[in-house]
Design a protein around this ligand. Structure first.
Ligand SMILES: NC(=O)C1=CN([C@@H]2O[C@H](COP(=O)(O)OP(=O)(O)OC[C@H]3O[C@@H](n4cnc5c(N)ncnc54)[C@H](OP(=O)(O)O)[C@@H]3O)[C@@H](O)[C@H]2O)C=CC1
Ligand SMILES: O=C(O)C1=N[C@H](C(=O)O)C[C@H](O)C1
Length: 254
């Protein structure tokens, strides 16, 4: 069976990559390649919407898709736990949403390792670096990593002096520091401080081709998972974690 795919953000960096992958796959059909001037109705008839836009646009695109019977892969950053919980409350019966903060396998693995390590350290901060054209900060991956670390712990993380401007944006008690640099694709370090030691868990994306595997998997598998799934961990078969995520999502992984 061929899956008809609408790509929102198809003129952008990620969306154009997704549209190329869809066009090249025999079992996928590019039903609509949407940019900011494309009417929402053009996604009608698609089986799956992949949203790779900006959060403000994403909110409208995603709700329209779900109301029109289209399962949705959300690649856009900005879908934090509370916003996912709100989407979950209004999710039409039978529809599937896969929120993917990061399509890269290495990023999923690194964030999961951080959630394990975070159970053994009370001092935790994240530094993320991205290309200079990234419009949002902190990155969706860093936010999800912080949320994942916090939800795996029994006690909250409480960083010191976070009222000072240079201490980063605090998510789930964890300060996130964002760099936007020419030459970088994407890079994240989770730094954990203990007594007389630190541990750094670092993932570097060297090329956007790191996203290819996860993009294909997300499109092909989203409709088999009714409800809201966060992250690719389970789909990649890396682990199975059940339970309720912070904010009430039904599946938990980064
Ligand atoms: N999950 C993951 O692994 C990854 C996620 N991302 C995330 O994907 C998102 C997009 O990133 P990137 O591709 O770099 O961004 P770009 O700025 O390159 O592209 C943004 C795209 O969104 C489109 N757009 C804006 N508003 C609308 C709208 N109302 N309807 C339809 N399309 C719209 C733009 O269209 P127009 O050309 O008309 O302005 C453009 O095609 C970001 O949130 C980023 O963080 C990025 C990489 C990997
Ligand atoms: O904008 C990007 O480039 C990326 N955005 C995502 C994020 O915000 O985490 C995923 C990846 O890091 C690349």
């Amino acid at each position: 069976m061929t899956i008809a795919v609408a790509v929102a953000g198809a003129t952008g960096r990620l969306g154009s990559q997704i549209a190329r992958l869809v066009e090249a796959a025999e079992d996928l059909h590019l039903h609509a390649a949407m940019d900011s001037s494309t009417p929402l109705e053009s996604m009608q008839g698609a089986d799956v919407l992949v949203d790779a836009t900006h959060y403000e646009a994403s909110k409208t695109l995603v709700r329209y898709a779900l109301e029109n019977g289209i399962d949705t892969v959300i690649a856009t950053s900005g879908w934090h736990a509370d916003r996912i919980a709100s989407l979950s409350n209004d999710l039409p019966e039978g529809r599937s949403v896969l929120v993917v903060p990061n399509f890269s396998v290495g990023s999923v693995v690194a964030s999961h390792i951080a959630s394990i390590a975070g159970q053994h350290f009370d001092s935790i901060e994240i530094i993320e670096a991205h290309h200079e054209h990234k419009v949002d900060s902190p990155s969706g991956t860093a936010v999800r990593t912080a949320e994942g670390i916090a939800s795996a712990r029994n006690t909250p993380v409480a960083a010191n002096n976070v009222d000072q401007d240079a201490r980063g944006q605090v998510v789930a008690g964890i300060p996130i520091h964002s760099l936007r640099l020419r030459g970088v694709v994407a890079d994240q370090q989770v730094i954990l401080g203990g007594v007389g030691e630190t541990v750094t868990i670092r993932h570097e994306t060297l090329s956007p081709s790191a996203y290819d595997l996860g993009i294909g998997l997300a499109i092909r598998r989203v409709s088999a998972r009714p409800g809201i799934t966060v992250g690719l961990g389970e789909l990649l078969g890396l682990w199975t974690v059940s339970g309720t995520a912070a904010g009430g999502t039904t599946k938990e992984s980064v």
